[in-house]
Design a binder for this molecule. Structure first.
Ligand code: FMN
Length: 489
């Protein structure tokens, strides 16, 4: 396993870890990971914005099925870009049996992002998926494998059935994936199917099986993944509650600190020697974006670290330039902060929100937004009284959620993460021709330390700055001490 990289640049959705960031990291010899979340929308919107640098069309031109790529281009590409106040074209919402248009867009979009991240170098690239977004998994993964993705990294759930899907696709066979449907009864059909033969034009394309890493937050889940998955798990990412994005909830009854954040206790601690006993490589994540933390992780037996927050603010990341600059200015001024919001995400998982004026982190901005669910990536599938599969989102209109059998108390404080995350990367929907969606930036508690990556006298930094700094942790501690003394002298 020594060929694995020491530093994994964590997947950051939506579009924060885009192909540019992942390519920069992989070129530098560590593992760049693109976010696989909502790539269908990301590609569709980039094409409607005119694809000014031509990258999306370059990816489409490389796609092996010409007619499918042409259909996507025909539907979404607008020469010169759409008018600013024109809404983006709607893309069908994810569902168990999705329209072919969406399946094709998902396959093509995942191909394009991975193709671009791998372009021009020979180092491995990974893709990150959220297990929670189950309805997207099969076509998205197939698209990423068509582009030769080397790692699939999955969190936000327990992806026990994922390794088997990788095996099936690598054998050019159809695959299935079970879907969680709240209230489903024995005998209900809740299995999703995908056959590459239904989408191939001509011969099936031979595919290589990527390595599979599962992201977990406890020893129990680490053991479950290794012992119960339906195929090979090549490694684990162990993520602590410091990490950006969604966090695992604390064990036991939810208790909040005086400012309303979840309190974690001893039961949430991770026993690292026990992880080593599992005998597979693992990377530590959540507050590990420091050279000394990398050194510590290696000393504890980890294969390395996964880092997100430090990369989210690099020049290459997809985060809007103004958000990046304003948050970096706060870091420099010592006023940056992150709130672990136990309610914001419709998934019910705690979600880290960077505090930034003009974004949904502010109560007034949140209150002012009408509750609309028009993207639906985080919708919950449920069994309707008629025995069908329905979909509901706790961040959507309260009356609709309740009419669909949801509990009103589950809607309190919920935020539209889907639209917020698209707005974060400069692809906001325009409602009724005037209301532009605002962002909701996620970052880890480590945001306060990202100033360490700023080159002297600069107010921005690159992915290479992060890697160079972190790789100092590969030197023995004594070498670092010598380096410090040399600087002081
Ligand atoms: C902006 C941002 C978005 C993230 N989105 C995802 C995601 O979509 N999927 C995921 O598995 N992890 C996500 N994460 C977690 C990272 O992949 C990584 O594990 C984490 O950031 C490591 O901890 P750190 O933030 O302290 O470096 C996100 C983190 C950040 C900062």
């Amino acid at each position: 396993m020594s060929e694995d990289c020491t530093i994994i640049q964590g997947g950051m959705g939506v579009g924060v870890s885009n192909w540019k960031l992942a390519q920069a990291v992989s070129r530098a010899g560590q593992l760049g990971v693109v976010s696989g979340t909502a790539l269908d929308l990301v590609l569709a919107r980039r094409l409607q914005d005119g694809d000014l640098d031509g990258a999306m069309r370059r990816g489409l031109d490389a796609f092996p099925f010409r007619a499918m790529a042409a259909r996507v281009r025909e539907l979404y590409f607008i020469e010169g870009g759409k008018a600013e106040r024109t809404p983006y074209r709607t893309v069908p919402s994810l569902a168990k049996d999705m329209p072919r248009e969406l399946a094709e867009l998902s396959i093509v979009a995942n191909f394009v992002e991975v193709f671009l991240a791998r372009e021009g170098h020979a180092n491995p690239v990974g893709i990150n998926y959220l297990e929670k977004i189950q309805t997207a998994i099969l076509p998205c993964l197939y698209g990423a494998m068509l582009a030769g993705v080397e790692y699939v990294i999955m969190g936000a759930g327990i992806p026990l059935k994922m390794p088997g899907v990788l095996d099936r696709f690598a054998e050019q066979k159809a695959a299935e994936y079970p879907m969680h449907v709240t209230g489903a009864l024995e005998g209900d059909d809740t299995t999703m199917h995908f056959d590459p033969a239904d989408f191939s034009e001509g011969e099936l394309v031979p595919l290589r099986r990527p390595k599979f890493l599962a992201i977990v937050s406890s020893n129990t889940l680490a053991t479950t993944m290794v012992k119960k998955a339906n195929g090979r798990v090549d490694g684990l990412v162990i993520e602590t509650r410091i990490a950006g994005g969604h966090n695992a909830p604390p064990r036991g009854k939810l208790q909040l600190n005086p400012i309303g954040e979840p309190i974690y206790g001893e039961r949430d601690a991770i026993d690292i020697p026990k992880l080593c006993e599992l005998g597979i490589p693992f990377w530590l994540a959540g507050g590990y974006g420091h050279p000394d933390m990398l050194r510590e992780a290696l000393a504890l037996g980890a294969a390395g670290v996964q880092v997100g927050t430090a990369f989210a603010f690099t020049d290459e990341s997809g985060l809007r330039a103004d958000y990046k600059q304003e948050l970096l200015a706060k870091v420099i001024a010592g006023t940056a902060s992150v709130f672990t919001d136990p309610l914001a995400s419709p998934t019910g998982f705690p979600f880290k929100v960077a505090q930034l004026e003009g974004t949904v982190s502010e109560a007034e901005v949140y209150d002012e937004r009408p509750r609309i669910c028009n993207l639906g990536f985080l919708r919950e599938a449920y069994r309707t009284p008629e025995g069908e599969i329905g979909y509901r989102c706790a961040s959507g209109p309260v009356t609709v959620y309740v009419a669909k059998g949801g509990h009103v108390e589950d809607t309190v404080g919920r935020k539209c993460i889907c639209n917020g995350l698209l707005a974060n990367i400069g692809l906001p929907q325009v409602l009724n021709g005037n209301r532009v969606e605002t962002g909701i930036v996620t970052a880890g508690d480590d945001i306060v330390t990202v100033g360490q990556f700023l080159p002297l006298g600069q107010t921005h930094y690159s992915a290479l700055d992060v890697i160079n700094e972190l790789e100092r942790g590969l030197l023995p501690a004594s070498a670092l001490k010598d380096e410090c003394l040399a600087v002081i002298a």
